[in-house]
Design a protein around this ligand. Structure first.
Ligand code: PRP
Ligand code: MG
Length: 200
């Protein structure tokens, strides 16, 4: 049995779309069931459904052997994992955004304080960060901060809240990550699964 950590967020939809587009039907039904269960088993693969930032934590400890995580998560925190390869879905990017006509940004709200502070430090910009846990687009709308650093995928969340992108920070992709030990001790099972889903 191998354990695969997936996220419950939008990357989950990107992964199931990928399975559908590639006719990987054996996994689609069990992964799409309407249930509050946090795991499902298909043959000898156990899928667990975790919050995005927790996927590397499960993989690092070895209770999950491999995982699918956004590169945003890996950029934000350090994990002792194998960052195996880029996957062909989950593309989006980090941007600085705010209200149109916003002048110099002195305060920024974000879930990604490490990514944001590195970016502003490299640009030699003196910016104070406010950490929020989500829906960060509210911050400039309400005047909590001058702008945000956040993920942009379709751009709809910015558009629907009257915000615009000022600068792109970096591209984001889904990544295959693996436990440093079990990636080798369970090599055959992992390789079989990855081949089956067309990743290797
Ligand atoms: C993410 C991200 C943006 C939005 C980007 O939020 O933080 O708000 O998606 O996607 P879009 O460009 O396609 O609109 P999410 O809905 O995951 O929730 P959260 O910010 O509350 O965590
Ligand atoms: Mg959001």
């Amino acid at each position: 049995m191998i354990t695969v950590a997936l996220t419950k967020g939008r990357l989950f939809k990107d992964f199931t779309d990928y399975l559908e587009n590639n006719d990987l039907t054996q996994y689609i039904k069990p992964l799409s069931e309407e249930t509050r269960s946090l795991y499902t088993v298909v043959d000898n693969v156990k899928f667990i459904f975790a919050k995005g930032p927790d996927v590397p934590t499960y993989v690092e400890s070895g209770v999950a052997d491999i995982g699918i995580a956004g590169s945003d998560i890996i950029a934000e925190d350090k994990f002792n994992i194998l960052n195996v390869s880029q996957l062909p879905f989950g593309d989006c990017h980090f941007s600085v955004a705010g209200l149109p006509g916003q002048g110099e940004m002195k305060t920024i709200a974000t879930k990604y304080t490490n990514v944001a502070s590195k970016y502003f430090r490299e640009k030699k910009m003196d910016v104070s960060l406010v950490h929020l846990n989500g829906s960060v687009e509210l911050a400039p709308l309400l005047g909590l901060t001058d702008g945000i650093v956040d993920i942009v995928q379709t751009g709809n969340t910015l558009k629907d809240n009257g915000l615009i992108e000022y600068e792109k920070i970096m591209d984001i992709h889904a990544r295959l990550i693996a436990n440093k030990r079990t990636f080798y001790t369970k090599e055959d099972e992992i390789y079989k699964f990855l081949t089956e889903i067309g990743v290797f």
